[in-house]
Design a protein around this ligand. Structure first.
Ligand SMILES: *[C@@H]1O[C@H](CO)[C@@H](O)[C@H](O)[C@H]1NC(C)=O
Length: 275
């Protein structure tokens, strides 16, 4: 039951947050811009607004203060999110942050590809002592037990470091330097459901408990969002990203969705991975 609920929650999120051309369904999608200056890091607590790297969506504006990037839901309909303008092709992503409070409010850190590969951290505002982990391959939402739950003390009041180490053979999620979950490629449906295409980073919060959402989504999010208790704020202090295969752009060589099909373009010379 929980899995079905989770499914509808993610479908809801995907429908509002993704607008990319899916290369497994449409031919001729534009190439993805790659992160070339790796390792990359930004300290939002210094008031940095790195517009070359980030786009804000789902909100009128994001404030950058000494507490970091301030992602606030003030009222219904807001889903403040910052997303990178570039993609990485395997690598490491570290986010130093505090999650938003509020029943039905979901804070998330998501790596997502154009064909539906996804690696997630999710925090429910009604639970201050837990983070959830999840992954998807090729948009396959047929779930059985992909989600994980990890106890973490005071995710809303205390700054923690959440790291995704995304390698070709395995993926780990770590909190404050301690690995809390490992996924081996072969354990994701023999590798088929393993995230393996270039991904963008998206950090933000949304109201999973909005009364207009599907009942399953509201239940997964922990209940109805009470907007009279707003503002609900998530703080992102620092983000560090290592791109394991830096390139000017990535494109899908075929509709398999496998890492072998990804074509890297470095300057002018096109080259396949590992060559
Ligand atoms: C989707 O994943 C499930 C298991 O998680 C699997 O049984 C099913 O075959 C997959 N579908 C596709 C199209 O790969």
């Amino acid at each position: 039951m929980r899995l079905l609920l989770l499914l509808s929650a993610l479908v809801g999120f995907a429908a509002t947050q993704f607008g990319d051309c899916n290369p497994l369904k449409i031919s001729g999608c534009p190439p993805d811009k790659g992160l070339t200056n790796s390792p990359y890091s930004v300290d939002f607590t210094k008031g940095t607004t790195d517009w070359a790297s980030w786009t804000s969506i789902g909100t009128d504006s994001v404030l950058y203060t000494s507490q970091g990037a301030v992602l606030t839901i003030n009222k219904k309909g807001e889903a403040p999110t910052i997303a990178t303008n570039w993609y990485i092709f395997f690598g490491r992503v570290e986010v130093v942050m505090r999650a938003a409070p509020g029943t039905g409010i979901v804070s998330s850190v998501v790596l997502a590809s154009d064909d539906g590969d996804e690696i997630d951290w999710e925090f429910l505002g009604g639970n201050n002592d837990e983070v959830q982990t999840n992954y998807f391959g090729k948009g396959n939402l047929t779930l059985y037990n992909r989600g994980g739950k990890t106890p973490v003390h005071d995710v809303q009041g205390t700054t923690h470091t959440y790291t995704i180490d995304w390698q070709m053979d395995q993926l780990t999620w770590s909190v404050d330097g301690n690995v809390v979950r490992t996924l081996k490629k072969e354990d994701a449906l023999g590798g088929l459901n393993y995230p393996q295409t270039p991904m963008k980073l998206r950090i933000g919060s949304w109201a999973g408990g909005d009364p207009d959402n599907a009942p399953g989504t509201i239940a997964w999010a922990g209940g109805l969002t009470d907007y009279t208790k707003a503002p609900f704020t998530m703080y992102v202090e620092k983000v560090s990203v290592t791109n394991q295969n830096p390139a000017a752009s990535y494109s899908y060589g075929d509709a398999s969705g496998s890492w072998e099909s990804i074509v890297l373009k470095k300057d002018d010379a096109a080259a396949a991975v590992g060559r």
